[in-house]
Ligand binder design. Structure first.
Ligand SMILES: [Zn+2]
Length: 167
């Protein structure tokens, strides 16, 4: 009953993930319909319910666009685990402040980049101009697709993929 269930908004936009228990509660109370049953059934005292994999809410939920939490792991993911100065894919990546902290650089999506140890060392506490280095791409806060947001669930829930595409 604790298996993950993908919750779709009334317009089919993927919203979040809930437990099978919660999903079944929403279906029984008429607040959601089952989109996909990939998991057999759930037996209660009185009846047998299909075990949902994806549900869709009957009413539209309005909420702000989800944002990616700023973290080392998410910066590596945004930068495709590639040094943003030389393009190297290293297993030992570091985070570099484009404008060094000592020079007023902040802890933000546009000032933090993935760097290999060699580039990080070469740049040191200098600005791009001072170090004569450039970024391969401008960096910014990622605007996450549904696939990006729900990536950790995809390996165990391949049947969700068609419902995540395009969002
Ligand atoms: Zn590098």
């Amino acid at each position: 009953m604790n298996q993950p269930v993908l919750v779709l908004n009334a317009n089919f936009e993927p919203l979040n993930v809930c437990t099978a228990r919660r999903a079944l509660g929403l279906i029984i109370s008429g607040k959601a319909e089952m989109m996909l049953n990939g998991r057999g059934s759930i037996r209660t005292v009185r009846t047998i319910y299909p075990r949902p994999s994806i549900i869709r809410l009957g009413h539209m939920i309005h909420r702000p666009r989800p944002r990616v939490r700023l973290s080392k792991r998410e910066i590596f993911r945004r930068d495709n685990h590639t040094c943003q100065y030389c393009g190297a894919k290293s297993s030992r990546l570091t985070i570099d402040h484009v404008v060094p902290r000592a020079r007023g650089g902040d802890h933000s999506w546009s000032n933090l980049v993935t760097a290999c140890p060699a580039c990080n060392l070469r740049k040191g506490g200098r600005t791009l101009q001072e170090a004569h280095m450039t970024l391969l791409h401008p960096v910014a806060e990622p605007h996450p697709s549904a696939r990006y947001l729900f990536a950790t669930h995809i390996p165990g829930n391949q049947d969700w993929v068609p419902y995540l595409e395009g969002w």
